[in-house]
Design a protein around this ligand. Sequence first.
Ligand code: NAG
Length: 207
Amino acid sequence: MDQVLAVTQEHLAPLVHWREPTLWYVVASIVFNPTFWNIAARQEYHRKVFTRLAGGNSRYGCYILAATIFSLGILRDHLYNVALEHQPKVDMLAYGEVKLLALVLGVFGSTLVVTSMYQLGIVGTYLGDYFGILMDQRVTAFPFNVSNNPMYHGSTLSFLAVALWNESAAGLFLSAVVFVMYCIALRFEEPFTGMIYAKRDAAKKTE
Ligand SMILES: *[C@@H]1O[C@H](CO)[C@@H](O)[C@H](O)[C@H]1NC(C)=O
């Protein structure tokens, strides 16, 4: 009887430890980061908060925001790794094919992130348009010919890759949270940057 019970419990081992606090620390970080940079960028646009912090130099102001966002990203990645250490591995993901998929997604995801940063530069990557530092024209070269938002898609794929590599259902859940947060962020960012560029184009026409 005891043996049967043990087998049943083994079979019903939870896929995710929902009560594990480290899981919720990283959820908080995933939700906080894009919320923070959207609010910060709009504060810059309307009140020049970072430009003023940098003594009136908008490029340096953008570097301050970039360093902040970058650091918050490092913290989030760290919290993600800690969270996965406290989560069970699930048998369903313990296959060589899953590891291979994780590698492919990881390489593809980081390629998207690194090449889009290379194309946009630091200012272009970190919301320079809100500082009035606009791109002359839309970048259409790789990776922008395979994704409209390679930074977000690449980052999401990297989370997914780490989840699969670690055989972690919690990691899959967290990757979904990342994806949803980026979708929400884009809902705010795309119309706003569209407005910034429309204003610039209108101003050019009247010149
Ligand atoms: C995107 O650009 C790269 C590099 O120029 C090229 O190799 C690739 O085929 C292009 N992809 C699409 C979908 O056009």
